[in-house]
Design a protein around this ligand. Structure first.
Ligand SMILES: Cc1cc2nc3c(=O)[nH]c(=O)nc-3n(C[C@H](O)[C@H](O)[C@H](O)COP(=O)(O)OP(=O)(O)OC[C@H]3O[C@@H](n4cnc5c(N)ncnc54)[C@H](O)[C@@H]3O)c2cc1C
Length: 468
């Protein structure tokens, strides 16, 4: 039995940093990884997808070169092997960086293998039995494979196996119009595939306001993506040209022939093979480990961080979980999950930056909601760049004058959103930003202008933003 001061299961976005803090504080740490160091973000999530999106953006710009007076002679060809090799190199750099950091860390022992609880204090990794009174679970999640008719009979891709694709699928059918589905969809359309996205709900990215979803759908459709909403009764069977996907939509053909099928219908936590019952851990019905505001589980001495606790599904939420746990354990600083403000990006082009509440959520929570918005066609920087799709919207509580949320769908929206986010963290009245001098020409320079043009929400509801 190997006794440690702390055991960390998983080397995703919380585990390695926590190992660094604990080991740096002189604790004897064990960290366990069963597959790739760095977890989802580094190997099959954020980093490789954003690297692929950059290649797709280059292809898109090359096709649009004439719009800028640049003549590219001949067709734009994509070398998918080179695209994958670039992505692999970027991803691998991060993976080996995490691995060598952990393996070279003083006071830290790395165990490679599958970790399973044998008791609330004991973890088995192969032949090794590790023991500690402090165990941190950072096991992440994986793609859901839904029990759709025929799914067992066909070859399908997930975000993980997509990483091995070094060819151009002639027709990629993506099941799921969420963040993962839309990012892969636009990317492969730009590489040259025919792309069909089947969304079960009435709109893609359902968590957004309808006008945001519609604006994004319009952008994708303009690029030639066949986005079908209300897709019900999806089923699969083998076909001479790949896979026949049956789909019961209100409109469109009831059968689509795909060369390849990507499942992007959500994620599930990696808690089904962790022996959590032997530790006595409580989960919800989907397998997410129940935690309190400081990420403590129901079992004293066990914490759960990152995607597996269901309190976030992003790299920044997993990393913030690490910060919360480290602050509480090592700094005497009682940081909590509820301190953080919802924030995320969708990395379509243009990107969607989101912070805080949507307008629909804000209407339900605020009596006096003020809204400011502007289409990107009226943002000088966007016009200069020739990227005028989307809109910006900021929500303000008219009584407290605090910013409640923002939606920035437009060029630079993934970065600009942080101006709003930091104002929200500062709990400053919106007038602080309204009076700030922003730099010209930028997308962010219009934020003070928008805040000077706030109107009551009901008035704005009738004037949908133009996704020009
Ligand atoms: C296609 C895609 C794109 C994404 N893009 C973004 C993005 O742009 N921005 C963003 O913020 N988020 C993005 N995400 C989400 C992000 O990747 C995750 O939220 C993040 O990686 C979660 O980190 P984590 O630390 O909770 O777990 P993970 O990163 O999943 O790490 C968990 C680790 O635990 C290991 N493990 C699991 N079980 C065991 C066990 N029993 N024993 C030992 N080891 C185990 C796994 O092998 C893995 O290495 C994306 C996800 C996907 C799928």
């Amino acid at each position: 039995m190997q006794r440690h001061d702390a055991i960390i299961i998983g080397t995703g976005q919380a585990g390695p940093s926590l190992a660094g803090r604990l080991a740096g504080a002189g604790r004897k740490v064990a960290i366990v990884e069963r597959k790739f160091f760095g977890g989802t973000c580094v190997n099959t999530g954020c980093i490789p997808t954003k690297a692929l999106i950059a290649s797709a953006h280059a292809a898109h710009l090359a096709r649009r070169a004439a719009d800028y007076g640049v003549l590219v002679e001949g067709p734009i060809n994509i070398d998918m092997k080179a695209v994958k090799a670039r992505k692999d190199a970027i991803s691998m750099r991060s993976r080996t960086g995490v691995e060598s950091w952990l393996k070279g860390m003083q006071n830290c022992t790395v165990y490679e293998g599958h970790a399973r609880f044998e008791s609330p204090t004991n973890i088995r990794v192969g032949d090794e039995l590790l023991s500690s009174d402090h165990i941190f679970i950072n096991v992440g999640g994986r793609a859901v494979v839904p029990p759709m008719p025929g799914i067992e009979e066909i070859p399908y891709l997930t975000n993980s196996s997509m990483m091995d694709v070094d060819f151009l699928p002639p027709h990629l059918v993506i099941v799921g119009g969420g963040y993962v589905g839309l990012e892969f969809g636009q990317m492969f359309r730009r590489f040259g595939s025919e792309v069909t996205i089947l969304e079960m709900g009435p709109h893609a990215i359902r968590s957004e306001d309808e006008e945001t979803s519609k604006a994004i759908e319009e952008i994708l459709r303009e690029e030639g993506i066949n986005l079908r909403s209300d897709s019900e009764c999806i089923g699969f069977r083998r076909h001479a040209d790949g896979v026949a996907v049956t789909v019961d939509c209100k409109e469109g053909s009831p059968e689509v022939i795909a060369s390849h099928v990507l499942l992007a219908v959500g994620r599930r936590p990696n808690t089904d093979d962790l022996g959590i019952e032997k530790a006595g851990l409580v989960t919800d019905r989907r397998g997410y480990i129940a935690v309190d505001e400081q990420l403590r589980t129901n079992v004293p001495g066990i914490w759960a961080l990152g995607d597996c606790n269901g309190r976030g599904a992003f790299t920044h939420t997993a990393y913030n979980d690490y910060e919360i746990v480290a602050a509480n354990l090592l700094d005497g600083d009682s940081r909590r999950v509820s301190d953080r403000i919802t924030a995320y990006n969708l990395y379509t082009d243009p990107p969607l930056g989101r912070a805080g509440l949507t307008e629909v959520e804000a209407r339900n929570s605020t009596r006096h909601l003020l809204v400011g918005q502007r289409p990107m066609t009226r943002v000088g920087r966007a016009v200069e760049k020739g990227e005028t799709k989307g809109f910006m919207k900021i929500l303000v509580d008219g009584d407290s004058k605090q910013i409640l949320g923002a939606t920035i769908l437009g060029t630079g929206g993934d970065e600009v959103i942080h101006c709003v986010l930091d104002m929200m963290y500062a709990k400053a009245p919106y007038t602080v930003m309204q009076r700030a001098m922003h730099i010209h020409p930028t997308v962010a320079e219009l934020l003070p202008t928008i805040l000077g043009e706030l109107k009551p929400s009901s008035a704005m509801a009738t004037s949908a933003p133009q996704a020009a």
